[in-house]
Design a protein around this ligand. Structure first.
Ligand code: IMP
Ligand code: MG
Length: 335
């Protein structure tokens, strides 16, 4: 059993917070995976999972752990040791088997200095999560970073770097937060696109499905000129924040919210290679009873959800040749 079968990947198509956790949780439950792996980022992420009606939150440890699947933190992730052990305690206290958690010896360590630098230099001007992410990756690429293999405390969690069976890769952040694709410098410091999952150590030819997660409206936590503060003065958009409970998992901040930008979504689907798109939180705009999106840089106002859906389907199908399936979901589905 040392052969890889196939690799499925779940990535965010927007600015994070697209309910990737819900998709990974669902796939872990119904799928047949030997591993669930994180390939990028650190505890700047926040993944919300529902299991048997109970809500759980993690930041670093892959969601496979909730389904007793060996869970790997990959070599291009960054690890805050305190936050890791807090999460281990949290999972243990909730009855999950933390012996299934493994960390790549090549992952980099986020130090107190990294966090201090982030807080002092970046948090205010870029709206970072202040978790030390950018300074840690800066040291990694400057080749002066400290890696997991040098930390005695983490010895029992070291991954042997072997992959086999079917693999599920869990994305963090999203397409427009990617260091290469996003609105630099209002990005994160990691590679959020699915191709980067290959950094775990498998060839791209094994990739089967790429699940792209998106919402029926856009949200942004953190600073980004594409999402000006005055969006929160629009009463309809403010309603979306409230109905959709758009507050950060990691920071608690209110997310700036806007109508779906279909131009950006088409690009994200095309470039990421998404084969299955899941558009969630449809119940939120139905509750507001307003159906708008941006396309070709102009706003389109639809009479009802069905006409908006027909328009999105047609546009995605016309522009994204690799896309095989489009699914819409309401809040309580996929749990
Ligand atoms: P950093 O990753 O903490 O450096 O933050 C850089 C940018 O990415 C900021 O705008 C953050 O708000 C955003 N960001 C980072 N992680 C997440 C996430 O998991 N969800 C949403 N936004 C995120
Ligand atoms: Mg999140």
């Amino acid at each position: 059993m040392d052969k890889i079968g196939y690799v499925d990947i779940c990535c965010g198509l927007n600015w994070g917070d697209e309910a990737k956790g819900k998709i990974v949780s669902y796939l872990s439950k119904v799928g047949d995976y030997s591993f669930v792996c994180r390939w990028s980022g650190g505890n700047n992420a926040g993944h919300t999972i529902y299991k048997n009606g109970i809500k759980y939150k993690t930041h670093l440890i892959p969601s496979g752990i909730f389904y007793d699947i060996p869970s790997i933190i990959g070599p291009d992730c960054v690890l805050n040791i305190n936050s890791f052990f807090e999460e281990i305690d949290y999972l243990k206290n909730n009855g999950f088997n933390t012996n299934l958690i493994f960390i790549s010896p090549k992952a980099h360590i986020v130090t107190e200095e990294h966090i201090k630098e982030d807080k002092q230099k970046l948090h205010k001007i870029q709206g970072t999560t202040a978790k030390g992410i950018a300074p840690c990756y800066k040291d990694k690429y400057g080749r002066i970073g400290k890696t997991v293999k040098d930390i005695p405390q983490l010895k029992s969690y070291l991954w042997d770097e072997k992959l086999y069976g079917n693999i599920l890769c869990e994305g963090a952040q999203g397409f427009w937060l990617d260091i290469n694709q996003g609105n630099y410098p209002y990005v994160t410091s990691s590679n959020c696109l699915p191709y980067a999952a290959c950094s775990l150590g498998f060839p791209p030819q094994f990739i089967r499905h790429i699940y792209g997660a998106t919402k029926i409206y856009d949200t942004r936590s953190g600073i980004d000129p594409l999402f000006p503060e005055n969006l929160l003065e629009n009463q309809d958009l403010l309603q979306l924040v409230k109905i959709g409970e758009e507050y950060g998992t990691t920071t608690g901040r209110m997310r700036k919210t806007n109508w779906l930008n279909l131009d950006k979504l088409v690009d994200a689907v095309k470039i990421s290679g998404t084969t299955i798109i899941l558009i969630s939180k449809v119940d939120v705009i139905k509750k507001l009873n307003k159906y708008k999106l941006y396309h070709n840089s102009t706003i389109i106002d639809f009479e009802d959800f069905d006409s908006m859906k027909t328009y999105i389907d047609k546009t995605l199908k016309q522009n994204c040749p690799l896309l095989e399936n489009i699914t819409y979901s309401e809040k309580n589905e996929l749990k």
